[in-house]
Design a protein around this ligand. Structure first.
Ligand SMILES: Nc1ncnc2c1ncn2[C@@H]1O[C@H](COP(=O)(O)OP(=O)(O)O)[C@@H](O)[C@H]1O
Ligand SMILES: [Mg+2]
Length: 273
């Protein structure tokens, strides 16, 4: 059987993205293997969101190549891109919900409108309920996003991302602006999805603690809590890779131990608890 190292979920090969004067990504090379977790750290405006959008093909690079599940997407036409996007779940910053749609309609959206999606109405209903049960919000089907707290909106965003059972999940700052207890709830859901489905998981965060949860903990299905995993940074045989962005450049990539031992003072700042 092929090991996890044999296939990459995401690969950036010398990728540069420019907007007028800003170089949002500057010659970025990065590989994330299937089943791995990746923690992306970096100051505001360092290129984290642009990286995720480039992985989805929403932004096309000015130079370099992007591969998703081994397939080069850099110049793929939109219809083919959409088929690859269907295998990726994205949780946008702040949840990115449609305000005019109910929770149920938001979560059903990828099942109803994703190109190539062919789900019978009762299958849509079943999956939506399952996804909302996953985030413990099955009682909010008829509510609108404005009626929910910030933490609940993030959870609906997670339900919408996992409803298609994607192989790769991208979370953009899922705990930003949340209190520590709500942030823990969100991280527990991210680990629950990762550890029950073995989905490749990429998390952008400004909180080092989120990276510690990902690298050292696993989800315990019997009590719904996170517990320390055996081994060093290896959860279920797959490692957690830490990446630090600085002004569009990769300032660091490696394990948690390597990050904590990094001599570069800029990088070391991100390893502080
Ligand atoms: N659509 C856009 N048009 C112009 N500039 C952009 C656009 N998207 C991002 N940028 C710029 O690219 C840089 C990186 O942005 P971003 O990836 O959103 O940062 P962050 O690390 O905070 O997520 C920033 O300077 C931002 O202003
Ligand atoms: Mg951002």
């Amino acid at each position: 059987m092929a090991g996890p190292a044999s296939s990459t979920a995401l690969r950036f090969d010398h990728v540069t993205v420019r907007f007028d004067e800003v170089t949002a990504l500057d010659d970025v090379s990065l590989e994330i293997f299937e089943g791995e977790s990746c923690v992306i750290l970096g100051a505001a405006a360092s290129g984290k969101t642009v990286l995720l959008k480039t992985a989805l093909g929403l932004i096309r690079p000015d130079a370099g190549r992007v591969y998703v599940f081994g397939r080069e997407i850099t110049r793929l036409p939109e219809d083919e891109l959409q088929r690859i996007r269907a295998r990726i779940g994205m949780v946008f910053q702040e949840g990115g919900l449609f305000d005019s749609l109910t929770v149920e309609e938001n979560v059903a959206y990828p099942l109803r409108y994703q190109p190539g999606a062919r789900y019978a109405p009762e299958e849509v209903r079943r999956r939506v309920e399952e996804a909302l049960r996953f985030v413990e919000l099955e009682h909010t089907l008829e509510k609108f996003p404005s009626e929910l707290s910030g933490g609940m909106r993030r959870r609906v965003g997670i339900a919408r991302a996992v409803v298609t059972e994607p192989d790769l999940l991208l979370y953009d700052s899922p705990t930003a602006g949340l209190d520590p207890i709500t942030a823990y709830t969100i991280m527990a859901l991210i680990l629950k999805e990762r550890d029950t489905r073995r989905a490749t998981t990429v998390v952008v965060t400004q909180r080092y603690q989120d990276g510690v949860w990902l690298s050292d903990f696993r989800y315990n299905p019997s009590n719904g809590r996170l517990e320390l995993a055996a081994g060093d940074g290896e959860v279920g045989g797959a490692a957690t890779r830490f990446v630090v962005f600085r002004e569009g450049r990769l300032a660091f990539q490696g394990s948690r131990a390597e990050l904590e031992g990094c001599a570069d003072p800029y990088v070391a700042k991100f390893a502080r608890r």
